[in-house]
Write a protein of this length. Sequence first.
Length: 296
Amino acid sequence: MNKRPTTILCVLGAVLALTTACGQARAGTAVPKGDDAATYVGTKFETAMNKLQETIGDQRDVTSESGAYFRFDEKYVRSTISSARTGSPEARVSRQRSQKNPDDSIDWYTPADGAVEYVYLGPVYKSLAPTPWVSMLKSEAGLTIPCAWVGIIHACKMADAIAVSYNADKKVVKGAKSLPDKRIELTADVPFGKFIERRVEVLPTSISSGITDEMKKAPVRTTVSLNPDGTLSQIVMEAKIEGNGHKIELRYDFRFTGKATTQDLPKLPDASQITVLPDKAAKDDFNRRFNELKGV
C-alpha cells in the first residue's frame, strides 16, 4: 500500500475520534470525494457527530456567534445571536438581534446564583411588560439539557441534521481535510428535507406548503471545522434552491469567538425596572405572548 491511503486514514481518524491522535497528517491532505469518502468515513461518523453535539454544550468560558438567513421568494428572515457563558457555577447571556428589523431584539440573562433569570425587552416586545426587564423562574431544560440553551441551539440543530442525514445515506459525506493550523474541515451535502425535519429553521405553513419532495432532495452544503483537540470551531450551512416556481436561499453559521469573562455579562438595573413573574403560570403566559409576537 502506498503512503497516501495511510495519510488519508490518519486524517479521518482525527475526524471520527474527535481527537488529535493522528497529528502527523499533512496539512491539506484530503480524503477522496463522493462514494470513496463515505467508504473511508464508515459507520463511526454518526457517533462522531453525536459526540460533537455533546462537546458543543460542554465548552465553558466561551463566547459565540450564530447567524440565520432564510429567504423564500421575497420573504426573508435574517438574525444573529451572540452569547457568552462563564464561571462555575455558570452564568449565561444571549443577545438576539434581527438584521431585518433593528427594533426586534431581546436579551436573555441567567445569573450563576439564584432561582431566576432575566429578559431585557427590545422595542418590539415592550407590550409584554410595563418595565424594560422581566424576571422569571430559571428554565429547568436550559440547566439540564445543554442544547436547549438559545446560545448554542443553532449549532446543535445543525450537528443533528448532519448526523441524521449520514444515518440515512452515507453518501452525504463529500470530503475531509486537515488544515495548516491543525484544524480539520469536513464537508457534507445535507438534504434540504433534513434541514427542515431537524428544525434548523422552523418554517410557517405558508412556506412549507410550497416546498416539494424534489426540493427537499436538494443539497445544503455543510462545512464543519474542528479545532486540533476535536472541539467545534465553526459550522456553516448554505444553499440556493429552485422549484415549484419558488426560489430559496439560506445561510446558517455558528462559531466560537473567544474566551468569556464576567465583563460579557449585563448589569441588572434597579428593582423598579424589573417586572417579576412569580410562578410557572405567569412564565408560561409570558412565553405564549412572546411567541405570538415572534409569529411562532
